[in-house]
Design a protein around this ligand. Structure first.
Ligand code: HEC
Length: 124
């Protein structure tokens, strides 16, 4: 009986941990979504973003955006369907304690180009 209660405790801790954490996208403040991407759907910006991605992000998230070890994949619906402003917030703030750097040092236009690339379908 005591063993069962102990197991229940472990399971509850696991569930609580997962809820408190959430993905970085889920942790972005709601108001971040209000920012508009000046390059929304712009093919040229997407190509520029792809080059920036290869240079700045691929070492951790993988060339094909498939993720690596503790780094989440970016070729998934949660990322593609996220609001541009939310992705922009993620790039501005990073998640320093969990290993995602801030990209605030890049010019804003370049960060929006990366966002445009992230939101485009992976097959294109
Ligand atoms: C040094 C390794 C590293 C680099 C470089 C890096 N990231 Fe990350 N990234 C991470 C880690 C680790 C996380 C998970 C952070 C967390 O959960 O708090 C993450 C999370 C993210 C997320 C949130 C994913 C989700 O499901 O919530 C996005 C979007 C993202 N990165 C985009 C990028 C982009 C775009 C670049 C390049 C400009 C980049 N990252 C560069 C390590 C990296």
């Amino acid at each position: 009986m005591r063993m069962l209660r102990f197991l229940g405790f472990i399971v509850a801790m696991g569930v609580a941990g997962a809820t408190v954490g959430g993905s970085l996208i889920q942790r972005a403040p709601a108001r971040a979504a209000e920012k508009r991407n000046p390059f929304d759907g712009d093919g040229k910006a997407k190509r520029a973003g792809a080059k920036l991605y290869a240079r700045e992000c691929a070492s951790c998230h993988g060339m094909n955006r498939g993720g690596r070890r503790n780094t989440p994949p970016l070729n998934q619906p949660e990322v593609q369907k996220a609001d541009s402003g939310t992705l922009f917030w993620v790039l501005r703030n990073g998640s320093l304690h969990r290993g995602m750097p801030s990209f605030a040092h890049l010019p804003e236009a370049q960060r929006w180009q990366i966002v445009t690339f992230l939101k485009a379908p992976t097959s294109e």
